[in-house]
Design a protein around this ligand. Structure first.
Ligand SMILES: *[C@@H]1O[C@H](CO)[C@@H](O)[C@H](O)[C@H]1NC(C)=O
Length: 573
């Protein structure tokens, strides 16, 4: 009998090896990499200038029928929209660079491509001025023209745009960011707002603007539910800042049936749900906080390596980008939980304010309730190798003694799924992003790309005290029959997940670029990869010229475009 048992055991072991062996994993396979010029000397297209940290590329949108990718700079002096032929994703070429020359405009902030329209969002040069949306007919390859059809005034600082699936309506999220008002020379926080632009048969669009002043009556409810009202003014200094002024929309996504728009108010840790038929706000939902008690996190930039530990701290999700996904017939909002700190300075905003503070400083300033807080947590806060360096909120976590009793950090350092009906949090990737990166890319773990004279390995761990991996871009689609989610992090790691069930399951991660030279040299040699990923998009097999699904990835620091095929690779043990 024992022999039969061991034979069975062996069979089971062999079977499980077979299973591991022949599972396939979705992976990224590099097709092409290109950098964008940030300027053409004297406007001469034959004299491009290139440079690291020049914001040469920032946002992109793909026109599926034409196989054209539109890539925008984030520069006020050179507002470029590069129009790129993607008929061969392995060798993209610039067909034309459209230059926006209106000096009333600040820079290009967002793009969206619909079948018959390209929408471009522009901030105003005046930081309190209203922004604009320009609508264009898609680039015409035969005539080589890119023609503007409309210029529409929207709210202050349009940050994101999204079309409904039939292209008849365009939703614009206007952040209305705080600034020093150049005419009054005082702190000003313009109202955030949402604009819906509706096409009509007469050829001129109808515009509906929604500000959030109606929400001010319920501010106590919202705060109780966890919505962050970050800067409430300084009444002694004569600065009033209402709740609606403090609400700052960052991004927007629309449900597949075009009935709802979801707007992320990133720093407020909230999502606004909008009824697209009646053009009204349905509700403002708090996203709550992530409990790190049973997840690993690296909160110190002083280890020169990954140092994942357990800490009894919390963090706000604060998504920079949203997507909408249907799983088993039910709609979900997908978020990349980036994190955002609010910093105002006297010089730039007319008032100095910071909602973050290093934990050890909060402790030494006597802001923490040392009588009620867990002694282990307090010891970790006094240790710069652990929680001492981390940026925590100094406006949240107060108890009845008016001291901070709970530590709240910025950013969920992962991805989440939210029930689109109730906005309940139904999935969290936990510590997947940091754990996988620590295993796969330990030399550049939570690294930065901010110093051209340092190498990626010299900048390892520098973001651990900030928002860690800081996922800021996402793309979703289907590969074969598998729904996939691809996530781009600040430090250039791209994660692939499958979405079988109401969860995101890790498949693989990819980091492009070398590590063995300083950033400036890597940049010159086209080996810096995708740094500070600011946008991505997925193109399914049916729309891909090669028939293979691909993702495009924009790195803002590197001013780059990468194209990766998404391929199913059999696992070899
Ligand atoms: C966080 O999680 C821990 C462990 O599961 C639990 O003991 C604690 O009560 C949680 N905190 C909150 C506020 O729910």
């Amino acid at each position: 009998v024992p022999e039969i048992k061991s034979t069975m055991k062996l069979a089971i072991v062999l079977l499980s090896i077979l299973f591991t062996c022949c599972n396939a994993r979705l992976q990224l396979s590099r097709q092409s990499y290109m950098k964008f010029p940030y300027q053409y000397t004297n406007g001469d297209p034959t004299s491009p200038r290139y440079g690291l940290f020049q914001n040469a590329a920032h946002k992109a949108a793909f026109h599926t029928v034409d196989k054209i990718l539109y890539v925008a700079s984030a520069r006020s002096a050179q507002k470029y929209l590069h129009i790129i032929d993607m008929n061969n994703p392995a060798a993209p070429t610039i067909l034309m660079t459209h230059v926006f020359e209106n000096t009333v405009d600040g820079h290009i902030t967002a793009l969206d491509a619909c079948s018959d329209t390209i929408a471009v969002a522009l901030s105003a040069a005046d930081p309190v001025g209203e922004g604009h949306i320009e609508l264009y007919t898609p680039y015409n390859r035969a005539d080589r023209v890119f023609t503007r059809t409309h210029r529409i005034t929207v709210g202050v600082n349009p940050k994101d745009v999204a079309h409904t699936s039939d292209c008849t309506r365009l939703v614009v999220a206007n952040s209305g960011a705080a600034t020093l008002n150049p005419s009054s020379n005082t702190f000003t926080d313009p109202e955030g707002s949402v604009t819906i632009i509706i096409r009509n048969d007469q050829g001129f669009p109808i515009e509906i603007n929604m500000d959030f002043t109606q929400l001010n009556d319920r501010v106590v409810d919202y705060i109780t539910n966890g919505v962050r009202y970050v800067f409430r003014g300084d009444h002694g200094a004569g600065i009033v800042n209402t709740f609606s002024q403090d609400l700052e929309p960052e991004s927007v996504t629309i449900s597949n049936d075009d009935r709802f728009a979801f707007v992320s108010c990133q720093r407020n840790n909230a999502i606004l749900k909008i009824d697209m038929f009646n053009q009204r706000i349905i509700e403002l939902y708090s996203l709550g906080a992530k409990n790190w008690t049973s997840f690993n996190i690296d909160t110190s930039d002083m280890n020169d390596a990954a140092n994942l530990r357990y800490h009894t701290v919390y963090s706000f999700y604060q998504p920079a980008q949203l997507a909408y996904s249907v799983i088993d017939g039910k709609g979900y909002v997908v978020s990349v939980d980036t994190g955002k700190m609010t910093t105002y300075t006297q010089a730039q905003h007319g008032y100095a304010f910071n909602d973050g503070v290093r934990a050890r400083v909060a402790w030494s300033d006597g802001e923490l309730d040392t009588t009620t807080m867990n002694p282990t947590l307090l010891a970790q806060i006094q240790d710069n190798q652990q929680l001492g360096r981390v940026h925590m909120s100094r406006v949240d976590g107060y108890n009845i003694f008016n001291k901070i009793g709970d530590v709240f950090l910025f950013g969920g350092r992962g991805i989440s799924l939210w029930d689109s009906t109730t906005m309940a949090h139904v999935f969290d990737s936990g510590d997947d992003l940091e754990r996988r990166a620590s295993q796969l890319y330990p030399n550049t773990f939570n690294g930065d790309c901010s110093n051209g004279n340092q190498s990626p390995t010299q900048q390892v761990d520098e973001r651990s005290d900030d928002m860690g991996p800081e996922p800021g871009a996402l793309a979703s689609g289907v590969v074969g029959t598998t729904p996939v989610l691809i996530v781009g992090s600040r430090n250039g790691v791209i994660y692939v997940f499958n979405m079988r069930g109401v969860s995101a399951n890790f498949e693989s991660a990819h980091r492009e670029g070398s590590t063995n030279d300083i950033w400036n040299n890597l940049y010159t040699n086209d080996a810096a990869g995708d740094q500070i990923i600011s946008d991505m998009g997925f193109v399914g097999a049916g729309n891909s010229p090669s028939g293979t699904p691909f993702v495009y990835v924009i790195g803002q620091a590197t001013g780059s475009l990468s194209v990766y095929n998404v391929v199913d690779v059999p696992d070899i043990f």
